[in-house]
Design a protein around this ligand. Structure first.
Ligand code: NI
Length: 174
């Protein structure tokens, strides 16, 4: 079942989500709904608070691989990188944020078994950090260092951003 996605302004997005003590049937249903909701959006990840459930649960789908994270914790980070980022709960915007280049995460999987994700990189690493932030009531817009780095419109691929910037420069006389 696709669930409605809350947008910025809703207090549930700002709560510290609670740990899940038992991976039971209702949690399994919630996981299925979240995967369906993420795919329908479409998005790369979705955290439970975004569908109004203040529990430490998130789903990510990168390269057609679904990762379910229950009570996730970042246990190691390497490096720093500037990335363009957006969020289903902040529709119509994107911005540049600083993230760790690689992360290792400890969490339970959807069967309640402990899993370790070692040295994730690229979009997967970015999504892990973004979704775990959601569980602490943080949104990427908190990490955007100035309003000029928050852009209106959908996330664009870098070459498209560059092309647009050049076109604007040419259109506006200095
Ligand atoms: Ni988000």
């Amino acid at each position: 079942m696709i669930r409605p996605i809350l947008v910025v302004g809703n207090p549930v997005l700002r709560q510290k989500a609670k740990r899940i003590s038992q991976v039971d049937k209702p949690i399994q249903r919630l996981i299925d709904d979240m995967i369906e909701t993420m795919r329908a959006a479409p998005g790369v990840g979705l955290a439970a608070p975004q569908v109004g459930v203040p529990l430490r649960l998130a789903v990510i789908e990168v390269d057609e691989k679904v990762t379910v994270l229950i009570n996730p914790e970042i246990i190691k980070t390497i490096g720093e990188t500037e990335l363009d980022e957006g969020c289903l709960s902040v529709p119509g915007f994107w911005g540049q944020v600083t993230r760790a280049e690689r992360v290792s995460v400890k969490a339970l999987d959807r069967n309640g078994k402990e899993q370790r994700i070692r040295d994730a990189e690229g979009l997967f690493a970015q999504a892990l950090q973004h979704e775990i932030d959601h569980l602490d009531g943080k949104l990427y817009i908190d990490r955007v260092d100035s309003a000029e780095h928050l852009q209106r419109s959908e996330p664009l691929r870098k070459p498209e951003v560059e092309a647009r910037r050049r076109a604007q420069e040419e259109a506006e006389p200095a």
